[in-house]
Design a protein around this ligand. Structure first.
Ligand code: NAD
Length: 254
């Protein structure tokens, strides 16, 4: 049976780890051709190697999403290689340093905003320009967070950036709907990835505490975010746009 993204060209940022890596595998399973972008080239190459062994086609590109020239080059290379861009998952992000608002350094603030918010905007800018040129629409999914829906303690830059991603997603959905470009976001809860492991090391019993406060009483797996992203990118979600969608085990329903 054909996959739900058969023949589509999909660009994924932060493809070298966690949610990006798991989602790349699902894009491949559903028949997409992959453009895997990460600032750590070897990590994206590992993701691609595994996808190729499962029969996928694709390329890897090293790019820092906070640098406009590198993002533009990544989209241009996508088009040079595959002739077009149909889907994008703007997912690269960092957690930044943990600190309360009055202790957050300016350099931490600037770095988190540059990668987690400006990076998503730069990617959308280049991707949408290409989709408009092609003239047959497209689908974009950005990675926001539960911290893009509600506040969280100890990461003011992260919370601000992820709220920004949710707003940017809504704005772009309104601007480009008439061109059949759909723009959505996923808002993951605690997902078992290297980023979450780094965050959990600062709090005693962090995992048990998170699990206790989750309606589904467990952490999420990166594949559970990936399945949602791929669905949002597919024609099965053809009337869904402007949605920051929680993938959080019910946490935001509380
Ligand atoms: P991760 O650290 O496992 O993976 C992030 C990937 O992004 C890495 O491969 C890293 O090299 C890449 N990256 C970082 N900075 C980059 C840059 N400037 N340019 C290009 N690539 C860059 O993290 P993850 O948990 O898979 O997180 C993925 C996304 O999901 C992030 O945006 C994160 O904020 C978001 N998120 C994660 C969770 C969670 O619990 N894991 C929850 C909510 C949101």
């Amino acid at each position: 049976m054909a996959g739900i993204l058969e023949g589509k060209v999909a660009l994924i940022t932060g493809a070298g780890s966690g949610i990006g890596r798991a989602t790349s595998r699902i894009f491949a399973r559903e028949g997409a051709q992959l453009v895997l972008v990460d600032v750590v080239a070897e990590a994206a190459e590992e993701t691609l190697e595994a996808a190729k062994q499962a029969g996928a086609k694709g390329i890897c590109l090293k790019a820092d999403v906070s640098k406009s020239s590198e993002v533009e080059t990544a989209v241009a290379r996508t088009v040079a290689e595959f002739g077009r861009l149909d889907c994008a998952f703007n997912n690269a992000g960092i957690e930044g340093e943990p600190a309360l608002t009055h202790k957050c350094t300016e350099s931490n603030w600037n770095r988190v905003l540059a990668i987690n918010l400006t990076g998503v905007w730069l990617c959308m800018k280049a991707e949408i320009a290409q989709m408009l040129k092609q003239g047959h629409g497209g689908a974009i999914v950005n990675t926001s967070s539960l911290a893009g829906i509600a506040g969280a303690i100890g990461g003011p830059a992260y919370v601000a950036a992820k709220h920004g991603v949710a707003g940017l997603t809504r704005a772009a959905a309104l601007e480009y709907g008439r061109h059949n470009i759909r723009v959505n976001a996923v808002c993951p809860g605690p997902i078992r990835t290297p980023m979450l492991s780094r965050l959990m090391q600062f709090t005693r019993d962090a995992e048990q505490r998170m699990v206790r406060s989750e309606p589904l009483k467990r952490l999420g797996e990166p594949e559970e975010v990936g399945e949602t992203v791929v669905w949002l990118c597919s024609d099965r979600a053809s009337y869904v746009t402007g949605l920051p969608m929680p993938v959080d085990g019910g946490f935001s329903a509380q």
